[in-house]
Design a protein around this ligand. Structure first.
Ligand code: PLP
Length: 438
């Protein structure tokens, strides 16, 4: 039980702490007290069904006792030690990570979260190749530190520019709901043209989300990721897969690249690595990267590299995924999600496009089923989308409503019944959106 009332908690949080990505006068935080499984509860007793795993990170669901116990046990034994030490938890998790990562990736550098993982990946890429430029896609999010917000292609970058020198953005195969998605070959031609125009010998790495997250659950067209791998190899460019959101079962595999059998030079991860119970990120790499530092210093480091509490949570998490066969469940529930998406698309004229891979999904709302004009413009909002978001909140469904999208990214342990409950609430919200369809 909280000592403070819901209102006191909200008031003090707003008064003394700065919130992300919003004008502070617009902040309306939910006063959360507890969370369990796919649900969380406010201080005054309102229940929410979590349809976004918070920030697409609480993959195992809230309050899993196995993970909590592992964190407690580690805190009792050794809560912190310098990253220059060797610990049993670091030894065990390092070995386990080498087993689950694809191809020859068998070493990790641990960080505090996704942005730091990407920071270190591009630093490694520059040191290994001796080249400076980094390619990234426009429809992407790679973090909010100085370098990673520059890598980020979406409008969150704009206010942070000019940012870090040497980042070049490339177009995605997807161009918004009103234009067809490029096929793999076409998208690769544009990518290769950019590489030629920038000068292949100046480009250290191409960082990309194999399945793009916040920018629209963009699943690559056939051949695209394989072609990116081939182009990177051909031009000596390192391929960095940002799996901060798509990793750890979100798509039904350890990593999204596994769907296409692609082995990047580095994988960055966070979120599902600990299901967000404790902050932890990592850069996975193979000998092509770490051999460069055999006799040369890696000029990078963090006070909290290999923090024992994070590592304990991660090892317990990986063991829990294996014990529960979680990813098999994700593949099954992904099919159930697809059926719900298609039913809603059939029933509601406002549902223009639907996409999912595993439990990574979204609905794109439109004003017109012929032209697919979005219900809110790129980087914008609309009265209808606001009303949809309000309906979902009023009915206890927590998810992200961004631009013209409703995200559907529940914890990976969600049941068929809970999916039906969540999509039932979305069904009600879509009645509001339908009224705007011409
Ligand atoms: C694909 C991707 N990369 C990087 C990040 C940044 O991770 P963090 O917020 O842990 O720094 C995120 C966060 O949403 C992400 O989705």
């Amino acid at each position: 039980m909280s000592e403070l009332t819901a209102q006191e908690i909200v008031d003090l949080c707003i008064r003394h702490t700065l919130y992300d990505w919003q004008a502070q006068n617009a902040v309306k935080p939910i006063p959360v007290e507890t969370a369990k499984g796919c649900e969380f509860f406010t201080v005054d007793g309102k229940r929410y069904l979590d349809f976004n795993s918070q920030l697409m990170g609480v993959n195992i669901g809230h309050g899993d006792p196995r993970i909590i116990q592992a964190i407690k046990d580690q805190a009792d034994q050794l809560a912190y030690i310098t990253p220059f030490a060797a610990t049993e938890i670091r030894a065990k998790l390092g070995k386990k990570m080498a087993e689950i990562m694809p191809g020859d990736l068998d070493k990790v550098f641990f960080t505090l979260g996704g942005a730091e993982a990407n920071e270190n990946a591009i630093r490694l890429a520059r040191m290994v190749t001796g080249r400076q430029k980094i390619l990234a896609r426009y429809r992407s999010y790679h973090g909010a530190t100085f370098a990673t917000i520059t890598l980020t292609g979406d409008p969150r970058r704009w206010a942070n520019e000019p940012g870090m020198p040497g980042v070049v953005h490339v177009l995605d195969p997807y161009h918004g709901p009103q234009r067809p998605v490029d096929d793999g070959a076409t998208a690769l031609q544009y990518l290769e043209e950019t590489i030629m125009l920038e000068g292949p010998s100046t480009i250290a790495a191409f960082i990309l989300e194999p399945v793009t997250g916040t920018n629209g659950i963009l699943i690559p067209p056939d051949g695209y990721l394989e072609g990116v791998r081939e182009l990177c190899t051909r031009y000596g460019i390192l391929m960095i897969a940002d799996e901060v959101m798509s990793g750890f079962g979100r798509t039904g595999e350890w990593f999204a690249v596994n769907h296409w059998g692609v082995v990047p030079d580095m994988i960055t991860m966070a979120k599902g690595l600990t299901s967000s119970y404790v902050p932890l990120g990592a850069v996975g790499m193979g000998p092509k990267i770490y051999d460069a530092f055999a006799d040369r210093v890696y000029f990078g480091g963090l006070t909290y590299n290999s923090h024992p509490l994070g590592l304990a949570a991660a090892l317990a998490m990986i063991e829990a995924y294996e014990e529960d066969n979680t990813f098999e469940h994700v593949r099954k529930m992904g099919e159930v999600m697809r059926r719900h998406h298609l039913e809603l698309q059939e029933k509601h004229p406002s549902v223009g496009l639907v996409r999912n891979i595993g439990l990574f999904g979204l609905l794109e709302l439109v004003r017109d089923r012929q032209t697919l004009e979005p219900m809110a413009p790129f980087n914008g909002n609309s009265d209808e989308m606001k009303a949809v978001a309000k309906y979902l909140d009023d009915h206890g469904l927590f998810t992200f409503v961004r631009w013209n999208n409703i995200m559907t990214n529940p914890p990976l342990i969600i049941t068929e019944e809970q999916l039906a409950e969540g999509f039932g609430i979305i069904d009600g919200a879509l009645d509001i959106a339908d009224q705007a369809v011409v």
